[in-house]
Write a protein that binds this ligand. Structure first.
Ligand SMILES: [Zn+2]
Length: 227
């Protein structure tokens, strides 16, 4: 496929230790993340390759980072009597699913996976910092109104096409893709460079088809690396 890199951005969603199984890199061992997604670290190699190509051809590379304060409202631990996977009603959001504590600001778990070449990123967007509000999408927090600033950044560079990869397929990647489409970006998802939670069961399959039906192009990283 032909890409006008000047008007394109790669968005690498939440490739952080807490979303990845245990791994060793550069002699350092990282334990399994608190919200590890099967094969999470596997997205690093293909995303690095795409990011290198974007940098070489003057496209933008953006990485997002889930970045929660301690006692964030999305953590089951802050809701007495609730457990991971339960739902609660938060003021701004209906049906917030509850997660284990994860991606706490400044923690090892919040760091990018060591194998992700974050030096290639032009911009890092941190999201989920409001203690009372979760943020799946790279564009808007879960009230669907509070912007992360990403749309303004992309528009400032006249970027009209976005390519998405990262974690997790059925949450942050999915919500980012749906917002990108709503904001009228031409949107592609790298199916080989995403991994999902698949909770509730079947949600990965469901979101892959929802993204495609809504207009996202489903491609693999090799579709653009061959060009
Ligand atoms: Zn989170």
């Amino acid at each position: 496929m032909i890409i006008d890199y000047q008007s394109a951005a790669l968005i690498i969603v939440d490739v952080q230790n807490d979303f990845c199984p245990a791994y060793t890199s550069g002699g350092k061992s990282r334990p399994t993340g608190s919200l590890a997604v099967a094969g999470g670290g596997d997205v690093c190699v293909p995303l690095n390759a795409v990011a290198e190509q974007f940098v070489e051809r003057n496209g933008k590379v953006i990485a997002t980072q889930d970045w929660h304060p301690k006692r964030h409202a999305s953590f089951a631990s802050v809701h007495p009597g609730k457990k991971v996977g339960d739902f609660v009603e938060l003021d701004a959001v209906q049906s917030q699913i509850l997660w284990p504590d994860h991606c706490i600001q400044g923690s090892e778990g919040a760091r990018f996976h060591d194998d992700l070449n974050i030096d290639l990123a032009n911009l890092i967007i941190r999201k989920g910092s409001n203690p009372l509000l979760d943020s799946y999408s790279a564009f808007f927090e879960n009230d669907r109104q509070t912007t992360t600033g990403l749309d303004g950044y992309l528009k400032a560079f006249s970027i009209s096409t976005v390519f998405l990869g990262g974690l997790a397929t059925d949450y942050c990647v999915f919500y980012t893709a749906m917002d990108a489409l709503r904001l009228r970006y031409t949107t592609y998802v790298f199916t080989d460079a995403v991994r999902g939670v698949d909770y509730p069961k079947g949600s990965v399959e469901q979101v892959l088809s929802a993204m495609e039906v809504t207009g996202a192009g489903m491609i693999t990283t090799s579709d653009i690396l061959q060009n």
